[in-house]
Design a protein around this ligand. Structure first.
Ligand code: DC
Length: 228
């Protein structure tokens, strides 16, 4: 049986950085589900699909395949066979992902893919609905969050490094809008599973958060007899 760790939480809480390092230390496979939603969003942008038009969305989704693979331990995403990993981190794609991931059809397209990999492998999977919808039986669930201010500061620094012209104020507004959309959508809204451990990273370093999560994982693995 595989051991599954679900990490959910809002944008900018440091999930992917932390999940990547924690997975490496535990020798688990890291599954970044946000990248899968981003891949679909890229396809929708490329084809100019109106996400509010259910028929057009359905037709477009039927034409695309999303797959994941690993290169040097890094997850890659493939859209109809093309590796699009370097094209999915723009603001345009982030915005489209936030809108399209609210659609039931889009979520249904990725559910099986996410469950299948977790069934076969020890995974640390990050997203928004992993502990609540995708892997309700995960042996460890973490809800990783941080204050809006802390998340906006981190995001702002990242964007400046990328050379994008934004203000801190815009970044705060953007984070608040994205939180609202992720938490209030009808399908699979972002929320903490009742049995998830809450980790607030506002005043923690990356190393501290990684230590906390790997520590919890080792405890649970010992309890279940997977880790000796
Ligand atoms: O984690 P991220 O920033 O790459 O996520 C991008 C968007 O995808 C974000 O708006 C939330 C959405 N998402 C989702 O709805 N469900 C997931 N399991 C992962 C991401």
């Amino acid at each position: 049986m595989s051991f599954n760790i679900a990490i959910d939480g809002p944008a900018g809480a440091g999930k992917s950085t932390i999940a990547r390092i924690a997975a490496q230390r535990l020798s688990f496979i890291y599954v970044d589900t946000g990248a899968m939603y981003r891949t679909i969003a890229l396809a929708l942008l490329r084809s100019g699909t109106d996400v509010e038009d259910e028929t057009a969305l359905k037709a477009q989704l039927e034409q695309i395949s999303v797959k994941i693979g690993y290169e040097n331990g890094e997850q890659q995403v493939y859209l109809n066979g093309e590796n699009v990993s370097s094209l999915i981190r723009t603001e345009e794609v982030s915005d489209m992902t936030s809108r399209s991931s609210a659609k039931a059809q889009v979520r249904a397209k990725l559910t099986d893919l996410q469950r299948e990999v977790a069934k076969k492998e020890n995974v640390l999977m990050d997203g928004r609905d992993i502990g609540t919808v995708i892997l309700p039986d995960a042996q460890l669930k973490i809800y990783l969050t941080a204050s809006v201010q802390a998340r906006a500061q981190r995001r702002y620094r990242e964007l400046l490094e990328k050379g994008e012209a934004v203000t801190l104020e815009e970044t705060v507004k953007d984070i608040e809008a994205r939180d609202y959309r992720d938490m209030h959508r009808d399908v699979a809204p972002l929320r903490q599973a009742p049995d998830a451990v809450l980790v607030d990273s506002s005043d923690m370093t990356v190393e501290e958060v990684v230590e906390r999560i790997t520590g919890l994982a080792r405890e649970r693995m010992e309890e279940t007899g997977i880790w000796k």
